[in-house]
Design a protein around this ligand. Structure first.
Ligand SMILES: Nc1ncnc2c1ncn2[C@@H]1O[C@H](COP(=O)(O)OP(=O)(O)OP(=O)(O)O)[C@@H](O)[C@H]1O
Ligand SMILES: [Mg+2]
Length: 398
């Protein structure tokens, strides 16, 4: 049974227990408690529950409403229900203004009615999301790592970002759509038993159960759906398969990280169209700059320009400067990741993501920064591990 994660938000310990005891339907899984504090806010954002029960006895202060409003902008897709002991028309109206979906009493209501009311609100919200197709955009982000040039570090960065997102508590699927030459399995030292081809050829069809069955749970915490075992199998994967796989995964993952080949073909274009953001990974040399221009123009023609973010990887001082990319595309680089050949080679040799252990190497720090910026842009929260090191990267700029 699919459980609905529910979190109780209150400063009052007794009240939290009281409210928890009212939730007696096993469709709900209590995913924890939280207080009206910045740490509480972070906790909720990281847990990303479907429902938050905001419980207050007595007058509901302005700061509680503001807390909820701020929370709802950070975790769009979560429903907040206010639980209070002195419900009035004014309170209900005010709650609605701040995005609270329902106000429920604490006293004089039994567990069955209380749970049923939450379920009704939840179902209505689900229906609304389905109707507006909003859920696809809100809850999950599909991020493509691409570039028209081979060997720029697309796979290294995609894997590193995926591992860092998982470290930050996100549910992450890494999808290797370099269907002919995908090397995520090697880079992560995965023993590939199944691949995307086994999934699309399975009699059971593309279901979430099958996706999870054919994907590998990696020690970094990410799920990985591997590329085919050999390049001639790539042709069995069609654009319809790609669309369906991404669509079906969405409700179950916060991030789908897609590693792509260095070329435009049908499946790559479909994947790019289905991504919310496209990270173009380039190096600072002339051929890269030139290729980035071509790639940018094609993506523009495909109406994908708004999704583009540039990552300058293997950065070392040279003829082509970060500012050259910025001048050419009239946009700031999303991230600059230094060249760090020793750490990159060591990570490939060990079969671990560069960000998987500590963030000591320059490349690990650079990729972790990019991942944390992704989280920050989506949630408004700066993940804790990362605050120290922006100045260094900024000093690379011209
Ligand atoms: N920041 C970096 N510093 C040094 N070496 C790096 C860096 N990033 C990646 N590399 C190295 O560059 C090589 C190519 O990396 P990777 O396979 O990730 O590139 P790619 O763009 O996915 O290649 P392809 O186009 O073949 O899929 C690897 O040996 C990798 O270890
Ligand atoms: Mg690659």
């Amino acid at each position: 049974m699919e459980r609905i994660n529910l979190l109780v938000l209150s400063d009052n310990l007794d009240l939290r227990i009281e409210v928890k005891n009212l939730v007696n339907d096993e469709v709900f899984a209590i995913s924890g408690y939280s207080e009206f504090t910045p740490e509480g806010r972070t906790k909720i954002i990281n847990k990303f529950p479907e429902v938050v029960l905001c419980a207050v006895r007595g007058e509901v202060s302005e700061s509680v409403f503001e807390f909820v409003q701020d929370l709802l902008t950070a975790v769009r897709g979560t429903i907040v229900i206010l639980v209070n002991d002195s419900i009035s028309v004014e309170l209900v109206n005010k709650a609605a203004q701040y995005g609270i979906r329902k106000v429920l009493p604490i006293d004089g209501i039994d567990g069955a009615d209380f749970s049923e009311s939450i379920l009704t609100v939840y179902r209505l919200e689900q229906q609304r999301i389905l109707d507006t197709n909003e859920g696809k955009k809100v809850r999950c982000k599909a991020l493509g790592f691409f570039g028209g040039k081979g060997g720029t570090g697309k796979t290294t960065v995609a894997i590193g970002v995926a591992a860092q997102l998982a470290k930050a508590g996100k549910r992450v699927m890494l999808l290797d759509l370099d269907l002919q030459f995908g090397d995520v399995t090697m880079a992560l030292d995965i023993e590939r038993k199944n691949s995307i081809v086994d999934l699309v050829q399975d009699r059971g069809g593309i279901t979430i159960e099958n996706i999870n069955g054919f994907a590998v749970e990696h020690s970094t915490g990410i799920s990985v759906l591997c590329a085919p075992q050999s390049s001639e199998l790539a042709e069995f994967v069609t654009v319809k398969h790609i669309e369906k796989i991404i669509d079906i995964m969405r409700p179950y993952y916060e991030y789908i990280i897609i590693d792509l080949p260095a070329s435009f073909n049908d499946t790559t274009v479909t994947a790019l169209e289905n991504c919310e953001e496209i990270y173009l990974v380039y190096n600072n040399e002339m051929l890269s700059l030139n290729n980035a221009k071509v790639c940018y123009c094609i993506l523009d023609q495909l109406h994908q320009r708004e999704k583009i973010r540039f990552i300058l990887n293997k950065y070392e001082k040279g003829l082509v400067k970060p500012g050259d990319f910025e001048d050419m595309f009239q946009t700031k680089l999303f991230s600059i990741i230094p060249a760090d050949y020793a750490a990159a080679t060591a990570s490939i040799n060990k079969g671990v993501a560069v960000t998987a252990s500590g963030l000591k190497s320059a490349i690990a720090k650079g990729i972790a920064d990019a991942a944390n910026k992704i989280i920050e842009n989506h949630t408004g929260i700066v993940p804790i591990e990362t605050t120290a090191k922006k100045k260094k990267l900024l000093s690379f700029r011209k």
